[in-house]
Design a binder for this molecule. Structure first.
Ligand SMILES: O=P(O)(O)OC[C@H]1O[C@H](O)[C@H](O)[C@@H](O)[C@@H]1O
Ligand SMILES: [Fe+2]
Length: 185
C-alpha cells in the first residue's frame, strides 16, 4: 500500500531536529468501532487506508508547557453512506483545547460537548477552527479529494479514545443526495 506520507519535509528548525516525528496510518481494520453501517464495512477491504497522520513531538508526551503539531490526511470515501473520518477523541486532560487549520479539500469538523450535544463546522482551505476544551472532535472528508489539515495542541493534552469508541458521537455525518447531513443515530 503506497503512502502519501513520503518524507517530504523541506525544513525543520533545530528544536525539532532529532526529535520524534511520527507517521501512522489508520485502516478500516483499525476503525471497526466508529462506522455505523457494519454490513457495508464487512464488505470492504480491511486494509483500506482511511487516513494518515504525521506528528511532531518536540517534547515528551504528558509534559506540561510544550506544543505538538500534526498534519492529518483523510482519503475520500464512504462506508455505506457515512464519510471516511477519524476515530475522534476527547483529550485525556479534558480542558485542553486545539487548533485545526484546513490545508486542502473539503470536510466537516464534528464536535461534541460532555453533555453529548453534537454539531459540525465546514472545513475548507484556509478555515481555522479553535476547538475549546471539554469537546470531543472528529473530522470527515466530504469531498472527492484528500482532506488535509494541520493541528496544534498542548503536549500534556493526551487522547481519550475509549469514551468515543464505546459511546460514539450522538450524531453521525452521512451523505444524502450528494450532500453531508448530520443526523441523530
Ligand atoms: O487521533 P484521531 O482522532 O485519530 O485523529 C487524527 C489526528 O487528528 C489531529 O491531527 C490531532 O491533533 C491528532 O492528535 C490526531 O491523532
Ligand atoms: Fe485532539
Amino acid at each position: 500500500m503506497s503512502s502519501i506520507l513520503e518524507p517530504g519535509i523541506t525544513f525543520i528548525n533545530k528544536e525539532l531536529k532529532g526529535k520524534n516525528i511520527d507517521r501512522i496510518d489508520r485502516r478500516l481494520k483499525n476503525l471497526k468501532d466508529i462506522f455505523f453501517d457494519k454490513t457495508a464495512l464487512e464488505k470492504m477491504d480491511p486494509e483500506t487506508v482511511v487516513y494518515e497522520v504525521e506528528s511532531y513531538f518536540p517534547v515528551e508526551h504528558d509534559i506540561e508547557g510544550g506544543l505538538f503539531y500534526g498534519i492529518t490526511y483523510i482519503h475520500p470515501g464512504t462506508v455505506g453512506n457515512e464519510y471516511f473520518m477519524t476515530k475522534g477523541h476527547f483529550h485525556k486532560i479534558r480542558n485542553r483545547g486545539e487548533f485545526y487549520c484546513t490545508l486542502q479539500g473539503e470536510g466537516m469538523l464534528i464536535l461534541m460537548d460532555e453533555n453529548r450535544n453534537t454539531w459540525a463546522e465546514k472545513m475548507y482551505p484556509g478555515s481555522i477552527h479553535y476547538i475549546k476544551g471539554n469537546t470531543a472532535h472528529r473530522t470527515a472528508n466530504t469531498g472527492n479529494t484528500i482532506l488535509s489539515f494541520s493541528a496544534f495542541w498542548p503536549s500534556d493534552a493526551g487522547h481519550d479514545y475509549a469514551t468515543i469508541s464505546e459511546q460514539g458521537f450522538s450524531k453521525i455525518l452521512v451523505q444524502r443526495q450528494g450532500k453531508p447531513e448530520l443526523i441523530s443515530r
